[in-house]
Design a protein around this ligand. Structure first.
Ligand code: ADP
Ligand code: MG
Length: 270
């Protein structure tokens, strides 16, 4: 079967002006990135801050315009899509952000924010919207009473659940999770990751899980792509990358993972 998403030779340049009177210079944030996501796969995109991960994630959803390269989703050219076909793509691909508070409107109820996607896409009657919003709240493990409440009444983990419910509203096929758990405590991180894993099985989702934390990605992803300065320097099954990293940068990323076993730590010290 053809991959759900295919990214070929993606490049993105940003114009940056360092001083008021200086000429703008060009920063190549993404430099020739190519990869496929197969249907149902959970792929990790890892790399240190500034390596270009967010730019890749956003370019896939056309939230930034790439400088060159192609993105094909389910046979449709994402970069060339306009009008109705772009709207359809926007239903099928969703993003979850690191900071759900920043992406939620503090003045609107949780229910209104879940339903907004239905309104934008002119889907369903008002009763059906409510029914679907209740179902989404159930699915992400929030009480139905959350519908009438405001984002500030919830904890960080619950807000991320709201963000996930909103992302699921239009029944997407692909979710890009950009540092979706990075701001959460470790125990809450595990709950949100388990939720994403359950949803993936239940809804047959394909997930691109972006993180600077290779240790986290290793446990949950089928395959890992390692980014360094705008390029993918290594890719393969998570276990192979973890046990036998080929690139010096990947080894450095792995070296940054704390070892919880004191016996192993002592061995290293001696
Ligand atoms: P990551 O998500 O891996 O931290 P980003 O994709 O956010 O990386 O950034 C990659 C590079 O592009 C960085 O050097 C960053 O400073 C630069 N960059 C990102 N967004 C912009 C922007 N809007 N304008 C200028 N430079 C940007
Ligand atoms: Mg980022």
């Amino acid at each position: 079967m053809s991959p759900l998403l295919s990214v070929q030779n993606l490049c993105k340049d940003y114009q940056v002006r360092q001083g008021l009177f200086r000429k703008p210079s060009t920063v190549r944030a993404v430099d020739g990135v190519s990869f496929d996501l197969n249907r149902g796969e959970l792929v990790g995109l890892v790399g240190e801050s500034g390596s270009g991960k967010t730019t890749v994630g956003r370019a896939i959803l056309r939230l930034v315009e790439p400088t060159s390269g192609t993105v094909t989703f389910d046979g449709t050219d994402v970069i060339k899509a306009r009008g109705a076909s772009l709207r359809e793509l926007r239903q099928k691909m969703q993003i979850i952000f690191q900071d759900p508070f920043g992406s939620l409107d503090p003045r609107r109820t949780v229910g209104a924010q879940i339903e907004v996607a239905f309104r934008i896409h002119r889907l369903h009657s008002s009763e059906e919207r409510r029914r679907r919003a209740d179902k989404l709240l159930d699915r992400v493990g929030l009480p139905r009473s959350a519908f009438e409440r405001y984002p500030h009444e919830f904890s960080g983990g619950q807000r991320q659940r709201i963000g996930i419910a909103r992302a699921l509203a239009l029944e997407p096929k692909l979710i890009v999770a950009d540092e979706a758990v990075s701001a959460l405590d470790v125990s809450v991180q595990a709950q949100i990751i388990n939720l994403l894993l359950d949803l993936r099985d239940e809804l047959d989702l394909t997930l691109l899980f972006i993180s600077h934390d290779l240790g986290l990605v290793e446990y949950i992803c089928d395959r890992v792509l390692v980014m360094y300065r705008g390029s993918i320097v290594e890719s393969g099954p998570a276990q192979d990358i973890y046990c036998n990293p080929q690139h010096a940068y990947t080894r450095a990323l792995l070296g940054a993972i704390p070892i919880p076993d004191p016996a192993r730590k002592r061995q290293v010290l001696i």
